[in-house]
Design a protein around this ligand. Structure first.
Ligand code: SOE
Length: 400
């Protein structure tokens, strides 16, 4: 089919900040590198500030702009709504879009609460009966090295999984004078590092291992409890941080593995350090997002004299997506994972198949986040070390 004979998929995007820019790059690029069954039309981008969203439309390549997300749902030239707004609006926008017959791509985490996620799953199930599709944006699943890790596990190459060790470390708010942006306010973000970063390592570790988290024991911490209000920074007004700065938890997975998870925005020096190591009875795998074209693989069945972690450069054409890009060794980046995500979504819409991860997957991650927050609010499990002064060390978590 030539582009002019393909059905059009009109996209309307809500939000134009970091995720809006990453998704815009994906929608702009996908049809130029992948042979799609539909022609993607960047119909409109939406944001509340008229001047800012008009500028975003120009710079990000959108045909028009709106200042009310409801217009995206009313427009007949929009068939899919891409939700790139703070978590507090995911539920309302996604359900309204689905009920209007629009496909939905919703950024992670799916919602700010488990109840909202349940409502979104119900709406997606109803809409699916009419061929309307919904996907949640766990984009790291679409990094080829992560898919290779999943395949090696599924093929039994590392044997029965014993350990999963996952961290997602950033440091963008280490400065106590960094302003109180929406990601630091529970009413907007739902949680802090836990939902923003923890959601990724929960989903990605489950994707790679094929196992799901069944129980957790957690702690959360907020190191800086007040910050300058962005709207009043000049006169020094400050407001409370109402989310976690860091979340750490132990977990049991339903396939028998034990796991540790750490999500922090206070890992000074770590910029976007998502790392997952999986230890099995026959070998191990290690993925590092800051080296996302590589996968480390330890094959315990190699002759003892030849054993060691090998660095697989995951750029050969027989890995997913790579034949659409560059010759081996020319590397992909963070943004390619979003292009792969929308490529698969367009194919699912055209084929009438349910996208993966769907809203049910988003709900399952939300239930883990909820369990972590409930566990962190309990002090059960802590054992004071004889002679230590615990009262100075353990502060009450502020995840609400
Ligand atoms: C947090 O800074 C963040 O933007 C996450 O929200 C994204 O999901 C992640 O891909 C990059 O870091």
């Amino acid at each position: 089919m030539t582009d002019s004979t393909k059905p059009v998929l009109g996209v309307g995007m809500a939000g134009y900040a970091f995720m809006g820019r990453a998704h815009s790059q994906a929608w702009r690029t996908v049809g130029h590198f992948f042979d799609l069954p539909m022609r993607v039309d960047l119909a409109a981008i939406c944001g509340r500030d008229p001047d800012a969203v008009a500028a975003a439309a120009r710079t990000l390549g959108w045909r028009s702009h709106e200042t009310d997300w409801r217009r995206l749902i009313e427009r007949d030239d929009i068939h899919l709504v891409d939700v790139c707004t703070p978590g507090s609006s995911h539920c309302e926008i996604a359900i309204a879009a689905l009920e209007a017959g629009k496909h939905v791509l919703c950024e992670k985490p799916l919602a700010n609460t488990a109840d909202e996620a349940v409502a979104m799953v119900d709406a997606a199930r109803r809409a699916a009966r009419d061929g309307v599709r919904a996907m949640v944006g766990f984009n790291y699943r679409r990094v080829p090295a992560a898919t290779l890790a999943r395949r090696l596990v599924a093929d039994g190459r590392i044997g029965a999984i014993r350990h999963v060790r996952a961290v997602y470390l950033q440091d963008w708010i280490v400065d106590p004078e960094f302003p109180l942006v929406w990601r630091l306010r529970q009413e907007a973000a739902g949680s802090g590092a836990l939902g923003d970063l923890g959601a990724h390592i929960i989903d990605l570790s489950q994707y790679i291992t094929g196992q799901r988290i069944s129980a957790v024991s957690a702690l959360t911490e907020t190191f800086v409890r007040e910050r300058p209000l962005p709207e009043h920074t000049a006169n020094g007004d400050r407001g409370p941080v109402t989310v976690d700065d860091a979340a750490l938890f132990l977990a049991r997975l339903d396939g028998g593995a034990v796991a540790t998870y750490e999500a922090s925005r206070f890992a000074t020096g770590r910029k976007n350090a998502l790392r997952i190591e999986v230890n099995g009875a026959l070998g191990s795998l290690a993925f590092d997002l800051e080296r996302l074209n590589e996968l480390e693989f330890y094959d315990g069945t190699d002759p003892a004299a030849e054993q060691g972690f090998t660095r697989i450069l995951v750029t050969e054409a027989d890995h997913p997506y790579l034949s659409a890009w560059w010759p081996p060794g020319h590397l992909l980046g963070y943004e390619h994972s979003f292009t792969h995500e929308v490529r698969d979504l367009v194919h699912d819409i055209a084929a009438g198949t349910d996208p993966v991860p769907g809203f049910e997957d988003g709900l399952q991650v939300q239930l883990v986040l909820d369990a972590v927050e409930r566990s962190a609010r309990q002090s059960a499990g802590w054992v004071d070390v004889a002679g230590s002064d615990r009262s100075a060390a353990v502060s009450t978590p502020s995840t609400g």
